[in-house]
Ligand binder design. Structure first.
Ligand code: EPZ
Length: 442
């Protein structure tokens, strides 16, 4: 593959700001039947692409989902000076010409994971600047205090001024860092900043999400020395430099995309086989759906699910850090149990403002009451299609799932939120028998 800058990303930012948000038109109710491949994980691809600026040679990363957040990350990499080619879910990247260590505000605002460039740029240049607090879905306050306090414990000077964050250090010092919250982003940023540390950095109460293990797997291929990924104690032994060989890495499957398919079958009924998926990453949702009447079989990289009888509600579901029930599936699960029998209770413990999909589901006839961090769902027989608005990525996916089970036509407005994390969602679900159109928004 030659670097021909095939992807002219330069206009992407302006383009994404200018274009009217799109809408998805869903003709319900659908019965989902067939087989579908699950795409690569957004929340592994983004930190791995960020980490690839540290590579001493070309990297080839496969199974990268073709989603908006990936394209935004590629735009940042190009802005920093990397050569990037993205084709057929494969990124080929050469960071030898990287020259900048500042992320401009318009890029920082685009998505939360832009904050991870801090750790990577600090390892690369001993300097990093984020010209604005990171953006991303407005599902809560989402402070970065844990990132900043950890950087300071690593001997990095951090200056904050007018929303700008500037960091610099001569050397990252070996340290023991205890995270009061097993934050995914803070864990990843500490790892990225500690690759060349003096001695060893130990993270205690680290996040255990599979996406972090995938990032560490990639970094170790580059020549880093990281142990304990996937556990609460991660140790990063500093190295003088990384390997000079080319590195190839395949990103893990997206467990949240897979979980959304499972919720859709639970909501609509049908029989589906998910391929290219790791069932062990989905224990919590598989347990919930089995206890609610879905028939499920797990094979090595496949999951078979069948839902005939009406979904049985009555559970109490609480979001938690991995391997607990993921907050990113809370919204799609709301849509599944909105049409289940009985009363289901969902408690959101990770983000303080992640029930914005509920008023939209109520517009469709759902009977859901939210009190602080708890949603009480009285299952109804049917939902009815109408115009609803996505307010964030997973909330948008929940409205999409509700539209699939609803009677009549559902218009999901501002579907661009969904495109941030789901690859060509209407095409994929059409392969399972659903009828969906994509149109420019009003
Ligand atoms: C990652 O976000 C994911 N994003 C999120 O997925 C996911 O919901 C979240 O982890 C939890 O699993 C990516 O990986 C790109 P956190 P992140 O730091 O890193 C608080 C999706 O839909 N906190 O683990 O931002 C924070 O406010 C997205 O794909 C602090 O207080 O999440 C939250 O309450 C949405 N201070 C909790 O910790 C900090 O410095 C967990 O946040 C950092 C976090």
């Amino acid at each position: 593959m030659q670097f021909e800058n095939k992807i002219i990303c330069d206009g992407l930012l302006n383009k994404s700001l200018e274009v009217k948000m799109q809408k998805l038109i869903i003709y319900g109710p659908a019965k989902l039947m067939g087989e579908i491949e699950v795409e690569g994980a957004k929340n592994a691809a983004l930190p791995i692409l960020t980490a690839s600026i540290l590579a001493q040679n070309k990297v080839i990363i496969t199974n990268i989902p073709d989603i908006a957040d990936v394209r935004h990350t590629i735009e940042i990499l190009k802005y920093l000076g990397c050569k990037v080619l993205f084709e057929n879910n494969t990124v080929v990247l050469d960071s030898s010409s990287i020259e900048r260590f500042t992320i401009p505000p318009e890029y920082a605002k685009l998505m939360r994971s832009s904050v991870l460039f801090m750790g990577a740029l600090l390892s690369k240049f001993r300097r990093a600047e984020l010209s604005n607090h990171p953006g991303g879905c407005e599902i809560g306050q989402r402070p970065i205090d844990l990132h900043i306090s950890a950087f300071r414990q690593l001997g990095i000077e951090v200056f904050e001024h007018n929303n700008r964050i500037m960091c610099r250090c001569d050397k990252v010092k070996g340290s023991e860092i205890f995270l009061p919250i097993p934050s995914v982003g803070a864990t990843e940023n500490i790892i990225l900043a500690s690759i060349f540390c003096d001695g060893e950095v130990v993270i205690k109460n680290a996040a255990k999400e599979p996406e972090i293990a995938d990032l560490c797997h990639f970094l170790n291929k580059l020549g880093a020395k990281i142990r304990g990924a996937g556990t609460h104690i991660i140790k990063i032994e500093g190295v003088r430099k990384l390997k000079s060989e080319e590195v190839v890495h395949k990103v893990i499957p997206d467990r949240i995309v897979a979980g959304t398919y499972l919720c859709a079958v639970a909501a609509c009924g049908g029989e589906v086989v998910l391929k290219n998926v790791f069932p062990r990453h989905l224990d919590s949702i598989l347990h919930i759906l089995k206890s609610s009447g879905c028939k499920i079989k797990e094979l090595k990289n496949e999951i078979w699910i069948k839902r005939e009888e009406r979904l049985k509600g009555g559970l109490r579901i609480t979001t938690h850090y991995y391997p607990g029930f993921p907050t990113d599936l809370q919204a799609p699960v709301c849509s599944a149990f909105a049409v289940a029998s009985g009363v289901t209770i969902i408690k959101e413990t990770i983000f303080e403002n992640r029930f914005k999909h509920v008023p939209e589901l109520v517009k469709m006839g759902a009977d859901i009451h939210v009190e602080k961090d708890i949603a009480v769902i009285n299952g109804v027989e049917k939902l009815r299609g109408c115009k609803v608005f996505a307010r964030d990525l997973r909330g948008g996916a929940a409205l999409f799932v509700a539209g699939l089970s609803a009677q009549g036509v559902t218009e999901v407005m501002d579907a661009d939120y969904i495109d941030r994390g789901y690859e060509r969602i209407e095409e994929k679900y059409s392969l399972l028998g659903a009828k969906i159109l994509r149109e420019k928004g009003e």
